[in-house]
Design a protein around this ligand. Sequence first.
Ligand SMILES: [Zn+2]
Length: 215
Amino acid sequence: MALKRNLLEDDEPAGNGYARNDRYNAATVRRIADKYHSILKDLGEDPDREGLQKTPERVAKALQFLTHGYELDPSEILRSAMFSEEYQQMVIVKDIELYSLCEHHVLPFFGKCHVAYIPDGRIVGLSKIPRVVDAFARRLQVQERLTVEIRNCIEETLKPVGVAVVIEAQHMCMVMRGIQKQHSIATTSAFTGEFNAEKTRAEFMRLIGRSNPVG
Ligand SMILES: [Zn+2]
């Protein structure tokens, strides 16, 4: 997948569900940048000093990139690489890097996502799983919903025997402000089908190197 670093005026939907990378809608960049110019003033800064002159535009582009998941269709990403296959063992993709923005503070939360599924006649190209994670993570999120959205997308598109998703993340809104619990990591999990069975879930948790969560 070649990265397109061009600035394009529009962002036409991509056929395979994830071709968009650094494409910016020029009108949207302008609108967000204008607002950021006044936000900088409200923060007591001089938005016209040298170091800040291009900041509103950079922030606008960064925000568009960090939320580009809205333009992706995660189910389509999976459908683009589904194959019939009789493999019936657990498929695990672990330690997927995850970067998202909390919808309460628009601050980053980041960590690892572990995904497993047990095929029922269909498998999916392994590289598509991290892309699905990214498509949901690159939006304003809460970790709990992100976990369930990834699970539901795989469940509904691939219709496997079961799906398991575990996310471990650090939230900058906890680390940098308020309670400043600098090392606390939030863990969320969501399971379907066979992973609701204690034995299967315990095997998955063991394979990703974690203890079995309660519930
Ligand atoms: Zn937050």
